[in-house]
Design a protein around this ligand. Sequence first.
Ligand SMILES: Nc1nc2c(c(=O)[nH]1)N[C@H]1C(S)=C(S)[C@@H](COP(=O)(O)O)O[C@H]1N2
Ligand SMILES: [Mo]
Length: 235
Amino acid sequence: MPSTPVLSRRKLLGLGISGGSSLLLGGCALNDLSSSVGDATQPLNERLEALLQGRGPVPLFRPDQVDPAALLINSFNGVPRLDPNSYRLRVDGLVSRPQSLGLAALAALPQHTLVMRHVCVEGWSAIVAWSGVRLADVLSLAGISPLGGYVEISSADQYFSSWDRASALHPQTLLATGMNGAPLPAANGAPVRIATPIKLGYKLSKWVTGLRVASSLGERRGTWEDQGYEWFAGL
Ligand SMILES: Nc1nc2c(c(=O)[nH]1)N[C@H]1C(S)=C(S)[C@@H](COP(=O)(O)O)O[C@H]1N2
Ligand SMILES: [Mo]
């Protein structure tokens, strides 16, 4: 497991409240709401947030707005070196066609480049161009069940997260293999990481090795989520 998280929930909320950007405030209004109604009502929050988010694609940025220096490395358990030749992405759980996809299989799917803002709760953000395939395309390749309301994401550094179905299927949610016009660097999650403009940085797992579709959230919701970080973490 990663080392002990350094940010308390209170510090996160404090950051959000003092954050000047409307982007941060947007996410934090939801965080405040969630914290005031408490964990017992998670399903209610989830429905509400999914509803608020059901607005379709969010505005992106131009390629010339990319700021490579602004993207800080945030890795809590070292940098795993995955051999691209033997790399496999496992897709299982509530799917009709479980997959074990190599990089060639991912490269054969339609490729997209999206320029988006990456927002870390530690108080920094960066505009990044991510390239790769839609997570939705991978999940439909596997035949995601209508009962699969959640997607659990495992990583090679033992990082873990879980997502709601709508966010996983969102057209701007990518499994990225490229960053700023080059192959994804090891430190940023090579060979495959999650990228999306609709969730906070800690939901964007690097070194992804497994996607498991589930009908409910398990005991483990995520490396940071289990330490009190907002589960939905919508932007
Ligand atoms: N597997 C894994 N994914 C991870 C992390 C991590 O430690 N391990 N850190 C998260 C956090 S908090 C952030 S802000 C982003 C940082 O991505 P970057 O290092 O490419 O900037 O990765 C996220 N994904
Ligand atoms: Mo982060």
